[in-house]
Design a protein around this ligand. Structure first.
Ligand code: SF4
Ligand code: SF4
Length: 486
């Protein structure tokens, strides 16, 4: 049934049943406008765009907060740091424009295709948060908006299926392992090169082509890629920590986890790596609230049972998501306090080592390197200095700055899969800036950035070895040459 409203009555001020969200498990079922109405309000055909009958963009279940929107003074300082504004030059593809659209939604405007497009194009990179002098909490605004979009917007069938495919595979390490096993012959028998040389790659849609390009190499195996459930500290114990092993990280980059454990142990940590699932980062950053909350609750249960003082992440997006659990589960009577306490214990690996003060001796690694800031580390967690200091402390390492370091590489969770064109442009822009440094090694703390940059360099006919900061520090502590990790 289509609801009526008085023009000008803000959606967030009204309480009619058709628009009130209620508990999240009702949303999308009976808590808001019916599916039929939602579809008509968002996919175009028959949408009442004028007159006095519309379905407001947002329901009552955590819409973007008008008080946070009011913090924006429209100064525009964020515009030059916003990747989509740089690409498209459109006000509505800038943080200020998107905040304006959120206000319109709260004031009762419908969720149009155009509005959703501007939100979808946002990378969630949070560069605008760093740039904003007024402290606008855009991360909370876009998270709330994405949740509304995911519940209320009717995507095309192809888009829905593609997103479902991603979310049925990526957060599940067991399924990723099956995928990794299936990919082995493709890589090892050189089928990838053949496939590309044959021109068949051009027949794929942009999304599938990007998926193929981003597919990681088969995981490195062997003793140096194994993570034990418990690793004791070397020497005096300074901290007991739990390692979040991640999903893509665990399956495709087990050697990074193993290096992280060795570094933490060398720096005086007992490291526990309990059996665990996904932390929910991908789901949360894509607006899949219920799914993300379920993953968060399980992760909290797991690390509470492990009895650790800190939870350590070596993936920027995972660390950022876990630091937000307190906000995410604020309405859950059983988990609200526990989630807030959990979030306070989360540390990025470089952040923890910096906090403890490094003690393990470093051996020289003579190389010119560049460090790439993963957005969810630099903008999401404010961690820029710690990994750089760790790397600069390695004798022989020269660390160079990358121009436009604040601009996203286009990876951004699932962004490069669902928005391949702007992601590719950003990837190549980043790769060009990396090449300008003349670095012989690129270091970055996010597997998504690593895959995105590697694919961009390949498209440009270039290549730079890539590594995680923990791999580099581990090689230095063990006195191994860089070649051993590349
Ligand atoms: S999160 Fe990134 S892409 Fe989105 S508005 Fe902010 S700067 Fe722009
Ligand atoms: S910098 Fe902050 S206050 Fe200024 S327009 Fe951007 S979000 Fe608004």
């Amino acid at each position: 049934m289509v609801e009526s409203r008085k023009p000008g009555t803000p959606a967030h001020m009204r309480g009619d049943a058709a628009t009130v969200g209620g508990a999240p498990n009702l949303v999308g079922d009976v808590g808001i406008a019916s599916e039929e109405v939602t579809a008509r309000a968002t996919v175009g055909a028959g949408r009442p765009e004028s007159g006095d009958i519309t379905v407001p963009a947002f329901d009552y279940h955590h819409p973007p907060d008008m008080e946070l929107i009011d913090d924006c003074v429209h100064c525009g300082f964020c515009l030059p740091t916003c990747p989509t504004y740089l690409l498209f030059g459109e006000e509505m593809d800038s943080p200020r424009g998107r905040i304006y659209l959120m206000r319109e939604g709260l004031e009762g405007e419908p969720m149009t295709d155009a509005m959703v497009r501007h939100f979808d194009l946002c990378l969630g990179c949070l560069s605008c948060v760093t740039a904003c002098p007024s402290g606008v909490q855009y991360e909370k605004l876009i998270e709330a908006t994405r949740q509304q979009v995911e519940r209320r917007y009717e995507r095309t069938r192809g888009d829905r299926l593609f997103r479902e495919l991603i979310f049925r595979i990526f957060p599940y390490p067991a399924r990723l392992r099956v995928l990794a096993a299936g990919l082995k012959p493709y890589h090892r028998l050189g089928l990838r090169g053949l496939f590309r040389a044959s021109g068949l790659q051009k027949l794929l849609s942009d999304r599938l082509k990007t998926l193929e390009e981003l597919t990681p190499d088969p995981p490195k195996t062997g003793a140096l890629s194994k993570v034990a459930p418990f690793t004791p500290a070397a020497g005096t114990r300074r901290r007991v920590v739990g390692l979040l092993t991640g999903c893509v990280q665990r399956v495709f980059f087990p050697h990074v986890n193993a290096a992280t454990v060795r570094v933490l142990a060398a720096e005086g940590c007992d490291v526990v790596a309990p059996k665990q699932g996904c932390c929910g980062a991908l789901s949360l950053h894509a607006g899949r609230e219920e799914e993300g909350m379920a993953f968060a609750r399980r992760t909290i249960d797991t690390f509470e049972a492990a009895g650790v003082e800190n939870i350590v992440a070596n993936v920027a997006g995972c660390g950022s998501a876990m630091k937000e659990y307190g906000h995410l589960l604020r309405d859950d009577p059983e988990y609200a306090e526990r989630a807030a306490a959990f979030s306070k214990k989360v540390r990025d690996a470089s952040e923890l080592i910096h906090e403890l003060g490094p003690v393990a001796p470093r051996h020289p690694l003579p190389v010119v390197a560049a460090y790439h800031d993963a957005c969810h580390l630099a903008h999401g967690q404010g961690i820029r200095a710690q990994p750089r200091e760790l790397l600069r402390a390695i004798p022989g390492m020269e660390l160079r700055n990358i121009q436009e370091s604040e601009i996203c590489c286009g990876s951004a969770g699932i962004y490069n899969l669902v928005e391949p064109e702007p992601a590719a442009q950003l990837g190549e822009r980043k790769a060009a800036n990396i090449l300008k440094t003349g670095a012989k090694l690129l270091v970055t703390a996010n597997p998504g950035c690593l895959l995105q940059i590697r694919a961009s360099l390949e498209r440009m006919g270039e290549s730079v070895p890539l590594a995680h900061p923990m791999e580099v520090v581990d090689a230095s502590i063990r006195g191994q040459p860089l070649d051993s990790i590349l």
